[in-house]
Design a protein around this ligand. Sequence first.
Ligand code: SAH
Ligand code: SF4
Ligand code: F3S
Length: 515
Amino acid sequence: MKKNSFQQEQEYQYRYGQGSGSGLWAEAPKEEPERQYYFIEQARGMLKARFEAGLSSGRALEKYGKEQLDELLAGEFFGTFCVVTFGCQMNARDSEKLSGILEQIGLKEIQSENADLVLYNTCTVRDNANQKVYGRLGYLHALKKKRPDMKIALCGCMMQEPTVIEKIRKSYPFVDIIFGTHNIFKLAELICGRLERDRGMVIDIWEGTDQIVEDLPVERKYPFKSGVNIMFGCNNFCSYCIVPYVRGRERSRRPEDILAEIRRLVADGVVEVMLLGQNVNSYGKNLEEPMTFAELLRKVNEIEGLERIRFMTSHPKDLSDDLIAAMKECEKVCRHLHLPLQSGSSQILQVMNRKYTKADYLALVDKIRAAIPDISLTTDIIVGFPGETEEDFAETMDVVRRVRYDSAFTFIYSKRTGTPAAAMEDQVPEDVVKERFERLLKEVQQISAEVCGRDLHTVQKVLAESLDDHQAGYLTGRMSNNTTVHFPGDASQIGRIVDVRLEEAKGFYYMGTQV
Ligand code: SAH
Ligand code: SF4
Ligand code: F3S
């Protein structure tokens, strides 16, 4: 286990947080996950004792109100928690693991931040993600003043940056627990540390890890679909991107662990999985017995009862012919590929360290479409990377017009301290970037409205995912190619794949009826 430059002080704080005279740590198992199950029980015991003291003093009724207190008592909970997730699917999955641990220690999940424990799982991929967190911390401070025993915990990618930790210690001293991306499995242990000491900040950040802790509790957001991590970290170091610094080096989970997890999920009602990694196409390279992503897909495809397989994200430089073949032959693999372009200019792509050219990318798209004609393609594009000229931007627009994406996430370049691009001299002026961004967005939206309607009047398999937010008596679901469909139906059908005739194309979504 490597630790960063805060090592000494954190270790001091952390050991102090554990309480020197306590038997809690002396008796803890050394092995994971047993160690965390031990701390889950310890934290549960501490929370239970506090909750019962609050019940006898009348403080609990005052704090929760009658309705919430009754719910806690009925569910044998000892308090409430709220997890707020910023960022990508990876963080969303981490939050499900964090929620799983928090439920096991006896806390009930609520949607309001007026809770006993509030956990922000942060993102730092662009600066606006960071600003959101700082803004909400101000709001949390106000809540905490009214609820002094509230605990605030921060974790995720932003916490892996030493400057962020510095700022929080200085400007947000009311935060109770901070941890990073490599040790989320330790949440129960960190909570024990904070509860036992009952003051100060517990900080535990690891710079990296080769540990993958399996088999901790998970509380899924959806009963019928789930993300499944197949790898962690990233080795690509695209020159604008902070992810490799905050998520560490690439580590693949063992295929048998992945397959066992998916089988368990299927037994528990899951019909769709999303295989998650920053670059799934390089899956398996560092395993004891190397395996490719294509091979993994074929194995997942064999799992009985599983209906749909998605994956995120594919780096164009590593997308093999065998993967295209696997996608084509595996009937459960959805007809959708997210293939981040970032820029259409070969010159910019080179400085971005993406390791492909415009021509490589277009050739890859042709190859994929030749093999799987009905595939839907989506992408990520950055506007305003340092040195981007009007000609470079025109190349990006050209790729957008040629590929005709179903949808594209467009981002304004954000300077991330410590990345090579941040030190580049020719940063593009803000007004120029804004103007290019608007042009790109317009193009992307217009094309998307045109191509999304191509399946009109056909019957498609749609996974019913939720009640329609806008129309009573309707459901919202997704086609294999990820397009949204609204159609009449009732709650009992959520989680099922149904046949829907697409009656009306509305640009980004369809209206349909079940057949
Ligand atoms: N691993 C994924 C991307 C993860 S980050 C991949 O390689 O495709 C998601 C998206 O955020 C990236 O695809 C990129 O378009 C965008 N992004 C990353 N760093 C950024 C930055 N500094 N400024 C603007 N957008 C950025
Ligand atoms: Fe970032 Fe590039 Fe890794 Fe994606 S592949 S996470 S963009 S460094
Ligand atoms: Fe953000 Fe971390 Fe994901 S920086 S995009 S939450 S990997």
